[in-house]
Design a binder for this molecule. Sequence first.
Ligand SMILES: C[S@@+](CC[C@H](N)C(=O)[O-])C[C@H]1O[C@@H](n2cnc3c(N)ncnc32)[C@H](O)[C@@H]1O
Length: 266
Amino acid sequence: MTENSYSRGLEQKTPNVARIYDYMLGGKDNFACDREVATLLLNNPRTAAAVRANRRFLIRAVRYLAEEVGVRQFLDIGTGLPTQENVHEVAHRYAPDARVVYVDNDPIVLTYARALLDCPNVRIVDGDLRRPTEILENPEVRQILNFAEPVAILLVAILHFVIDEDNPYDAVATLRNAMAPGSFLVISHGSADESAEGFSEAAEQAYNSATVELALRSREQVARFFDGLDMVPPGVVAAQSWRPDISPDTGMPLGVYAGVGRKPGG
Ligand SMILES: C[S@@+](CC[C@H](N)C(=O)[O-])C[C@H]1O[C@@H](n2cnc3c(N)ncnc32)[C@H](O)[C@@H]1O
């Protein structure tokens, strides 16, 4: 990924990851160039299901954290464009006092989110997962979140946009080290090994014409992001199979792994 590939997100002629995803979720904040790439991706019928499964995993994970284990602080890196059931809305349903910081490096996302997320205890901050220390030391982040207390760090459908050359494992280790005992790490990740035949190739081609390279990883590679954490059952599984509240698991591989890990102690 080139350093400033996201700055091109402001152009209406360059497809953009957040807007492509917005279109695939049924949103309206996208341009013709985004819809073209999304349409290519959606040519594979599993892609639409994968996008929905990812978003539903995010919602279930936030609900689990806020309702079942009492997390009151959320750091959501790779927020995406505001949609239905944003993280703070789900968290506030179960914990009205929850504090949420959203982080994204896409100027479009920041502009839309700042306009729409006008809510006390919720902040949207410009930051890049590849520079985690800057996120952790950002005064706006520190105003809302106290890293001496348990926090949930969400990396949902973002790590597959961070290629190995950009050291994603070091970035995630920095975040894990900053978390207090009893904190949680939530990850979902696109994968090639679970996908329908041809999906990963098609996805890579489509995204290559957009603003980023795609780094699909195996289940084992995804599990490594949780090093040192205790996995919340059922561990790293297909996104649709992570504590499903209905029975959406048709057994169809969708190419997205998901898991939640807890830092021991606390
Ligand atoms: C596919 S969306 C995921 C949105 C949401 N997390 C979800 O799963 O529904 C990926 C988001 O990650 C952001 N992103 C990609 N690389 C990033 C990076 N290095 N730092 C911060 N944000 C990044 C994109 O701008 C986009 O908004």
